[in-house]
Design a protein around this ligand. Structure first.
Ligand code: ADP
Ligand code: ZN
Length: 723
């Protein structure tokens, strides 16, 4: 009897199709195999996601052929993708595409092979070589170049000037053999790291590691939350836990936020584990990524490190998944499938039967709540290694400052004096501002008109270098208007308000003309190497003041920094997001952690217009528990995560009335279909009410269980053509 293969076709159709398995392919085809199938009048690529004995469709066509010898996707990863498609309401092919990097999926992707020249025993025979040297000096030179073994052909011709003819002649005479060999492309070629040994652990680390080892060995508990202040030695725990896993013959995945996947981080793993570490970085070329991925797939590398997509790495026999900085928002993918890699890691751990270790200095409310409910175990490390002091945080009330000075300055008196004293003592300062550009917006001082993007509902950002306005949503650009665009006003004093990193840089250069100042944001860090170079210069003491956005908040360790200034702490507080307070607290705590990592005590100065906001006060007093309790209370009342689940449906279109009307119809439909306990909000204009010329409305669904709210929007999607 013929078997039937369920094939996920590589076109966006969100369903599986049945095909017959031809006799001659019966052996070869497995779950995860890449295949070519007839599709309508065309051919299509796809993956086998399962087999069946019968199909409800008549006249099935056979699978045309298999592509590649081995399945690319293992069954466990494939099933994870299907779970993800269901849970995050994405088409299943899109989920499968997410778990397979395009560098691997691409039909043209392959290993790089080169000809390698290998010396034979004859090449080691002194008499034979001496005879050769007399007759063909060029060929003898090639033999010399092979003194320490095989050399790739291109290297022989380029570096040693050997002609291909000479090499062929040597092959004929039996001095060498020429063979094909796979050449590994690597981003870090030539970059050596010295091996390092495990550190003897501090008592709090030893206790935490014991719990993690127990989780690895018995999966009781299955998930450990490692809550350790910055500098408490969490990375050392990861390293020793991984060592334990490798000794059992198993593999690991380590997730880090993209931005902290620095050479410094990677080196710490390489120096402990060498070449069994594979790095899946977004900056790799597709060839490098292809080769790293296959090193993991083949088991040559047993530790995969990377940003969120590394959670799908094809690591064999998984023993542990580490999620560093588990609270980080960058683990969430902003496009479909809108997965959170931390949650996928916990799910993969559950399905693959391996332990999961979540680490953070400011755990997310969700993870904290899972500890409270007994789903995760907690390992807490409240002290820094060597019991160095946590930095002192000072809050500067900018409203008072404005009254005192009679105007609003970018830098308060306290912050300016703080920086000056660091310059005097040859210590370093980090200044943090969560916003790029010179000023946020141009506001007319007479009538209050703001320069807005014509396509989007946001104000344009002024960029000083180009003296132009830029929309950070659609990229639209325009020159700065000479006068206020409001025709009834037209004030030529139409100018900037608010501040951006460029503006802060300008002020710094004026106030501290002798200081070495460097700005780090996505505008200045466009070159691939700029980030590494600037950080290197800062570490080396060639920079006094480093000014930047989020880029500098994460995981960096500079012993010379004794002052961290936060120019405006309120920026992230006023985002239309129920996590705004939590994020501000985390950000301030993270930034503060950059101060005082060496022998010197650190100081943090935070400028704000809302000094009594709970998030800011909690960050100042290092009161994680107090803040979290209060936040949890609030979320519980409102049915927000972790007490409930949210689905946000966004509708968009060129005609505002139509979008709104469609939203209202959809809400009525959902009210009929959904359980009475589901709360439905909207349709209301989205926080970003207009983008790229399209109006946006959103509907928010809140429920205790995901199941209650994921089905109905999915069923309605096709009918309403909503995104
Ligand atoms: P975290 O990841 O919690 O911020 P790290 O793991 O980066 O902390 O550790 C902070 C510093 O302390 C690093 O320089 C690290 O090498 C050092 N360190 C960690 N554990 C120990 C230990 N047991 N003994 C000595 N130094 C340690
Ligand atoms: Zn725009």
């Amino acid at each position: 009897m013929n078997r039937i293969a369920r094939v996920l076709v590589d076109l966006s159709l969100d369903r599986e199709f049945d095909y017959l398995v031809p006799e001659e392919l019966a052996e070869e085809l497995k779950v995860g195999s890449r295949v070519m199938v007839p599709f309508g009048r065309r051919q299509a690529h796809g993956y086998i996601v399962g087999f069946a004995e019968s199909s409800s469709y008549p006249n099935l066509k056979p699978v045309r052929k298999a592509i590649g010898k081995k399945p690319l996707v293992e069954e466990n990863v494939l099933n994870l993708a299907r779970w993800m498609a269901d849970y995050y309401m994405a088409p299943v092919e899109q989920a499968v595409r997410t778990v397979l990097p395009s560098a691997v999926r691409d039909v043209a992707a392959r290993f790089k092979e080169v000809n390698v020249v290998t010396p034979t025993a004859l090449a080691r025979d002194a008499d034979a070589v001496a005879a050769l040297r007399r007759k063909a000096a060029m060929q003898a030179k090639v033999i010399d170049a092979l003194a320490s073994g095989e050399v790739p052909m291109p290297q022989l011709t380029e570096r040693f000037g050997a002609s291909p003819a000479a090499i062929r002649a040597l092959e004929k005479k039996g001095f060498v053999t020429i063979g094909r060999r796979v050449l590994r492309r690597r981003a870090d070629a030539g970059h050596e790291v010295l091996p390092a040994l495990p550190l003897p652990l501090m008592p709090q680390q030893a206790e935490a590691l014991a719990l993690v080892k127990q989780a690895i060995d018995t999966r009781k508990p299955p998930v450990v939350l490692l809550f350790g202040v910055t500098g408490s030695g969490k990375t050392e725990i990861y390293l020793q836990a991984i060592d334990h896993v490798l000794r059992e013959g198993k593999g690991c995945i380590v997730l880090v936020p993209e931005i902290s996947l620095t050479p410094q981080t990677v080196d710490r793993f390489r120096s402990r584990f060498g070449d069994t570490v594979a790095v899946l970085h977004s900056e790799l070329s597709s060839g490098e990524r292809h080769d790293e991925w296959h090193r993991i797939h083949e088991g040559a590398a047993r530790i995969a490190i990377g940003p969120r997509s590394a959670v799908f790495a094809p690591v064999k026999n998984l023993g542990l998944i580490v999620v560093d900085e588990e609270h980080e928002y960058s683990y969430k993918q902003e496009e479909a499938p809108r997965y959170n890699a931390r949650d996928v890691a916990v799910m993969r751990g559950h399905r693959d039967g391996c332990a999961v270790l979540l680490g953070s200095a400011t755990p997310s409310l969700e993870s904290h709540y899972n500890v409270l409910r007994g789903k995760y175990a907690l390992a807490r490390m409240p002290h820094r290694v060597d019991h160095r002091k946590m930095p002192v945080m000072r809050i500067v009330d900018m409203r008072q400052e404005m009254e005192k000075e009679g105007r609003l300055n970018v830098l308060s008196r306290d912050l300016m004096e703080g920086i000056q004293s660091r310059l005097d003592r040859a210590e370093q300062t980090i200044l943090f501002l969560n916003r790029r550009g010179f000023s946020t917006s141009l506001v007319c001082p007479t009538c209050g008109t703001v320069a807005k993007c014509e396509n989007c509902s946001v104000s344009m950002t002024y960029h000083k270098q180009t003296n132009r306005l830029l929309c950070h949503i659609c990229g639209a650009e325009q020159p700065v208007p000479e006068r206020c665009p409001n025709s009834e006003c037209g004030d030529p004093a139409f100018k900037y308000s608010g501040i951006g990193t460029q503006r802060v840089e300008e002020v710094l250069r004026k106030v501290y003309p002798k200081a070495k100042i460097e700005r780090m944001d996505s505008d200045t860090m466009t070159k691939k190497d700029a980030y590494r170079k600037t950080l290197g210069a800062f570490r080396g003491g060639q920079i006094d003041i480093l000014l930047g956005t989020q880029m500098i908040a994460k995981g960096l360790d500079f012993p010379g920094v004794t002052l961290v200034g936060v120019v405006q702490a309120d920026l992230s507080l006023h985002l239309p997001d129920f996590r705004a307070g939590e994020r501000t607290f985390q950000l301030l705590t993270q930034v503060a952690g950059r101060a005082g990592r060496g022998d010197l005590v650190g100081e943090v100065i935070v400028q704000t217009f809302t000094p009594f906001h709970p998030a800011i006060q909690a960050a100042r007093t290092l009161d994680y528990d107090g803040f979290i309790d209060q936040e949890l209370e609030e979320r519980k009342e409102l049915g927000y995560p972790p007490f409930g689940h949210l689905v946000c449906v966004t509708l968009r279109g060129k005609q505002e009335e139509l979008v709104k009307l469609t939203g209202e119809t959809l809400v009525r439909r959902l009210q009929e279909q959904l359980d009475k306990t589901v709360r439905i909000g909207g349709p209301v204009p989205a926080p970003l009410a207009k983008a790229r010329g399209e109006f946006r409305y959103q509907i928010m669904l809140r429920a205790a269980l995901t199941r209650q709210i994921t089905g109905a929007p999915k069923r309605n999607r096709a009918r309403f053509q909503v995104a």
